[in-house]
Design a protein around this ligand. Structure first.
Ligand code: PBG
Length: 330
């Protein structure tokens, strides 16, 4: 029986050394994946207004960020392209171009850094479509599952050929993980991983990201016929189960903090590597609170990252990655 005053839980909290000694989880730079936005051009840094402190970088700038990440001990980058308007189309076929912005960025990072850093690439058509949906649409605007999966397989092979280390399908089509895994195996990309955006919700927290990749103005309607309903948790477990059966090496829960319960349940149910995406709207909320004088950025950033680790996540995709790694003394 633990009872007061023999047991005082405040005893171990009474000094900094003791608190450090009793802390159950830690967050280190190795827990971070840094999402970066790529844009055309040379020597270009293009600030994203709805994501204060985050910019789109031309490929040379992306390589500089990659070197910075290596120095900070961040193990992996996640790349997203801002495709030029004249390269977007109804069918998003620029996603299959071996010389598209994404592939050039992957190759440049791999040329400069080799295996000092991993490159995770998002698979979905939204940065390439003129309508901003993640897949191919019919006349009514409905996103077609099987035809989209075929395009995503092509996109994945294109990225893997350019040197991507982790393919991360964020589209939420049924059956895409299995189709991508099979195609990767057949093409000899046996060690290219798949981190599936397994439980991705139709969320109000993606707004700034859509600005960043230039799809916000294009998207009509929403993504609710493929991304998950925020009210569902049991369904997230089914999504994860299927993606694992199809060959996913790790799974992602997205958004992050509002869905920590999902991360915990996935970890408890499957015991596999779970990653959380602290998405653009979450970043913007922290920055807005800081700008309003309502919060201390550094403390908030570290506390939220620790929360993901406490929930059982192996790591976190966060726009604060470089800042956080610096705070951790990297
Ligand atoms: C594209 C994709 C999105 C995000 C990652 N990949 C946006 C969306 O689904 O509309 C969101 C990331 C963020 O908000 O930071 N499929």
């Amino acid at each position: 029986m633990t009872s007061y005053p023999m047991t005082r839980l405040r005893r171990t909290r009474s000094t900094a050394w003791s608190r450090a000694m009793h802390r159950e989880v830690l967050v280190t730079p190795a827990d971070l994946i840094w999402p970066l936005f790529v844009t055309e051009g040379e020597g270009l840094e293009d600030p994203i207004l709805s994501l204060p402190g985050v910019s789109r970088w031309s490929v040379d700038g992306i390589v500089a960020r990659a070197k910075e990440a290596v120095a900070l001990g961040i193990p992996c980058l996640a790349l997203f392209p801002n495709t030029q308007a004249d390269r977007r189309s109804e069918d998003g076929k620029e996603a299959l171009n071996p010389d598209n912005l994404m592939c050039r960025a992957i190759r440049a990072i791999k040329d400069a850094c080799g295996n000092d850093i991993g490159v995770l690439t998002d698979v979905a058509l939204d940065p390439y479509t003129s309508h901003g949906q993640d897949g191919l649409i019919d006349d009514a605007g409905y996103v077609l599952n099987d035809a989209t999966v075929e395009a995503l397989v092509g996109q994945s092979l294109n990225q893997a050929s350019a040197g991507a280390d982790i393919i991360a399908p964020s589209d939420m089509m049924d059956g895409r993980v299995g189709a991508i895994r099979e195609a990767l195996e057949s093409a000899g990309h046996v060690n290219v991983q798949i981190m599936s955006y397994a439980a991705k919700y139709a969320s109000a927290f993606y707004g700034p990201f859509r600005d960043a990749v230039g799809s916000r103005g294009l998207l009509k309607g929403d993504k609710k016929t493929y991304q998950m309903d925020p009210g569902n948790a049991e369904e997230a477990l089914r999504e994860v189960e299927m993606d694992l059966a199809e060959g996913a090496d790790s799974v992602m829960v997205k958004p992050g903090l509002p869905y920590l319960d999902i991360a915990v349940r996935v970890k408890e149910a499957f015991g596999v590597p779970v990653f959380a995406y602290q998405v653009s709207g979450e970043y913007a909320m922290i920055e807005a609170a800081v700008a309003a004088g309502a919060a201390d950025r550094d403390a908030m950033v570290l506390e939220t990252l620790l929360a993901f680790k406490r929930a059982g996540c192996s790591g976190v995709l966060t726009y604060h990655a470089a800042h956080a790694a610096r705070l951790m003394g990297a």
